[in-house]
Write a protein that binds this ligand. Structure first.
Ligand code: FAD
Length: 301
């Protein structure tokens, strides 16, 4: 069994930022997590400090190297469970080992569910997007559609309407489960909610049309996936950490209600962007550093 002072779950911007702070402060730091979704050939244009576009892959690789430079240990491993032990430490079970940690920073992002439409992968980055505030700008005055049945989808559609008036929501055959205030707002903005399923995507090289299950087609250049944030909250729930909707509740120091457990990045909700994740990672690290010094280090000396 391995021991660490700080275990960071998630190797995205939040987890890496936290690791830079905890390892620089001299804490034994382990990061578990594999490449985050953004670590691909995606152009990151809105993160501070890069006068030219940087790819998500390069940004994450730089972050990993920076954290390792200060002594953080990173592994692509998946956490399965976390339990609180009698001695005040946490026992973490992964796919390959068990680890005892004094403090944990949850930085698991949100797992977005993918619809099962043939050709989805082919159009990623060519019309399909998971992020209105990242990509809405590229669809100014174009025909766009948000996939989803809940408040998240409605909210994405309302945000998209700032870029183009030609927005529709499609529930992929599911019942609408939006709060009345959202359906009202969609009506006000003249955003139709289509309850049919989508069976095919068309366009070459980029998306230009979707085909519904009744054979009807609709011009669509941007398809924004908002099927609800699949929960990565199992750890939080099993530890009795408070959650709200799909997100972990934290205070301004990124503390949860459980001792030594902090959360940062997309898993705390709000603005799902790199800059916010990086800032929260730094704050969570500061809290974890204080906790380890005052709790585990003092009890073991
Ligand atoms: P993530 O980056 O999602 O990282 C989560 C980490 O947790 C991953 O390492 C994952 O492997 C790990 N993890 C999850 N579950 C487990 C588990 N059980 N055990 C171990 N590890 C686990 N934002 C911008 O600011 N600008 C952009 O241009 C931009 N473009 C984007 C493009 C795409 C395609 C995507 C998907 C997102 C984009 N975003 C952009 C959003 C941005 O990527 C996120 O806001 C940011 O990555 C959130 O960081 P995070 O560290 O909270 O989580």
């Amino acid at each position: 069994m391995k021991d660490t002072e700080v275990l960071i779950i998630g190797q995205g911007p939040a987890g890496l930022s936290a690791a830079i702070y905890t390892s620089r402060a001299g804490l034994d730091t382990m990061i578990l997590g594999c490449d985050p979704k953004v670590a691909g050939d995606y152009d990151i244009d809105n993160y501070f400090g890069f006068d030219e576009t940087i790819s998500g892959r390069d940004l994450i690789e730089k972050g990993v190297r920076q954290a390792m430079r200060f002594g953080a240990h990173t592994e692509c491993d998946r956490v399965l469970s976390i339990h609180f032990e009698d001695d005040g430490r946490y026992l973490v079970k992964t796919e390959s080992k068990e680890i005892r940690a004094c403090s944990i920073i949850l930085a698991t992002g949100v797992s977005r569910r993918k619809p099962n439409i043939p050709g989805m992968d082919m159009y990623e980055g060519r019309g399909i997007s998971y992020c209105v505030s990242c990509d809405g700008f590229f669809f100014k005055n174009k025909q766009v559609m948000v996939l989803g049945e809940g408040n998240y989808a409605a909210n994405q559609a309302i945000e998209l309407h700032e870029y183009t008036p030609n927005v529709a929501v499609c529930t992929l055959g599911k019942n609408i489960s939006m709060a009345a205030e959202y359906t009202e707002k969609l009506r006000e903005l003249d955003i139709p909610v289509i309850t049919k399923n989508i069976t095919a995507l068309k366009g070459d090289p980029a998306l230009s049309r979707v085909v519904f299950n009744d054979g009807e087609e609709r011009e669509t250049h941007g398809l924004f996936i908002a099927l609800g944030d699949a929960s990565s909250l199992d750890f939080a729930m099993s530890l009795g950490v408070f959650t709200e909707g799909n997100f972990i509740v934290v205070d301004r120091n990124m503390k949860t209600n459980a001792p030594g457990i902090y959360a940062a990045g997309d898993c705390t909700g709000g603005f799902l962007q790199i800059s916010k994740a990086v800032g929260e990672g730094a704050i969570a690290a500061r809290s974890a550093i204080e906790y380890v010094r005052n709790t585990c280090r003092s009890s073991s000396s």
